[in-house]
Design a binder for this molecule. Structure first.
Ligand code: 1OR
Ligand code: 1OR
Length: 375
């Protein structure tokens, strides 16, 4: 029976898996503002670099010198056979399995660490709890001038975030580039399960924050995949989003930011300017409107529903206030830019629902309160 069903599966070519995976990782690492612009740029560069890839040669003068700082290291990725694609299954990875290392830190150390990772894009999609796990798992490493932090060809052990110091990168003993008191390195070998692509040597004394391979893969990689997975489910359950293609829903998942509110906390204030909208992942919110110096509850919304879209559609201030009720409420926030970019296909449905607000408004307040007038 199982062979029957597997023979009906559509085969996924290795090349497709690999290209998409590399792109996904580059996208996740860089988290650019516009995925389409980024994809065009990425694949154009990949195409331009193709002859080098086909030769499967890297490390010769031209290929190194032709690299500039902000290009994704495409040849690098393409040359690597992505073992990761075959072996990484976030579903099979269990959070509880094995303990994540905890390196106790003083308040002062932790503050420095938080400052160092503040701008690391790879950490941006982490939930608070995962972020804490990551911070716990990182450990300090002091280095002296001349120390080799990573040697090309070695197995990957740690990933490093720079707190201070100047570090030089060499490939095949040729100087490639310099990290100057900021940045991160050592992620490639861990992402791809491949030997170190370059040598990294300290030029000055300095301070690094390291994370071991297992934690890196378990928390950082997993969270990136989880995010899609988690929001995919939520987004499949929002009726309005049925208007989106699967692919569009994935893009939406990438753009969402999780936010949690405690019982009674205000999420939106009537009259405020709008910065985005919300989907409810868990819990209930109360929508309330100002009326004669008090607020009246006009609606309760729960899992799978959304709010805060009205002001984005009408370009008017928030029409109502919204509060978390009865325990923590988990929301997925979509900022106004992503809203405009991604929710075009849902606009008709949203507008229809907004018409419903208007008829409700008349019922509740007995008059039309002008909430949707865009003039
Ligand atoms: P790793 O785990 O492979 C070496 O260990 C690290 O050097 C690597 O991760 C990157 O973090 C860092 N190509 C490959 N690795 C680079 C490069 C690089 N620059 C820094 N690392 N470049 C491409 C050269 C053909 C330079 C791009 C500017
Ligand atoms: P917003 O961006 O104006 C407040 O911020 C949000 O409350 C609003 O978007 C809607 O998503 C949500 N009238 C106006 N806004 C409502 C209403 C509503 N219900 C939820 N919101 N009515 C309730 C209809 C059951 C009609 C008013 C009486």
């Amino acid at each position: 029976m199982s062979s029957d069903s597997s023979s009906r599966r559509i085969p996924v070519p290795e090349e497709l898996k690999e290209v998409l995976l590399q792109f996904s990782i580059a996208y996740l690492v860089e988290q650019p503002a516009d995925i389409v612009d980024y994809a065009v740029d990425y694949f154009t560069k990949m195409q331009a670099n193709r002859p080098t890839i086909l030769n499967d040669q890297r490390g010769d003068d031209q290929s190194i010198n032709s690299q500039d700082g902000d290009e994704p290291p495409i040849m690098q990725h393409s040359r690597r056979k992505s073992v990761f694609a075959e072996t990484y299954d976030p579903e099979a990875d269990d959070d509880d399995e094995g303990a994540t290392a905890i390196f106790p830190k003083t308040d002062e150390q932790r503050a420095r660490l938080v400052e160092s990772v503040k701008n690391v894009l790879l950490f941006r999609s982490l939930e608070k709890e995962q972020m804490n796990q990551v911070l716990d798992a990182m450990f300090e490493r002091r280095v002296e001038p001349g120390d080799f932090i990573i040697r090309q060809g070695d197995d990957g052990d740690n990933f490093y975030v720079i707190e201070s110091g100047i570090f030089k990168v060499y490939i095949n003993d040729k100087y490639i580039s310099t990290y100057n008191n900021t940045g991160l390195f050592g992620e490639l070998a861990l992402l791809y399960n491949m030997p170190r692509a370059a040598t990294v040597q300290a030029e000055t004394s300095g301070l690094l924050w390291a994370m071991d391979r297992q934690t890196f893969r378990r928390i950082l990689l997993k969270s990136a995949f989880r995010k899609r997975k988690m929001y995919e489910e939520l987004l499949n359950n929002v009726p309005m989003l049925k208007a989106l293609q699967n692919y569009e829903r994935m893009n939406l998942a990438d753009a969402l930011i999780s936010k949690t509110y405690e019982n009674g906390q205000r999420i939106i204030k009537q009259g405020d300017e709008a910065d985005g909208m919300y989907f409810i992942e868990e819990g209930t919110v109360s929508v309330r409107m100002d009326q004669d110096n008090s607020e009246i509850e006009i609606s309760l919304l729960g899992k799978g529903q959304y709010f805060g879209e009205l002001a984005l559609v009408t370009h008017r201030p928030r029409a109502a206030s919204v509060y978390a009720v009865g325990g923590p409420v988990k929301l997925a926030f979509l900022d106004v830019k992503a809203f405009e970019r991604l929710l075009g296909p849902c606009m008709d449905i949203m507008k229809r629902n907004i018409d419903d607000y208007e008829s409700q408004l008349v019922k509740i307040f007995g008059s039309k309160n002008n909430i949707t007038d865009t003039r």
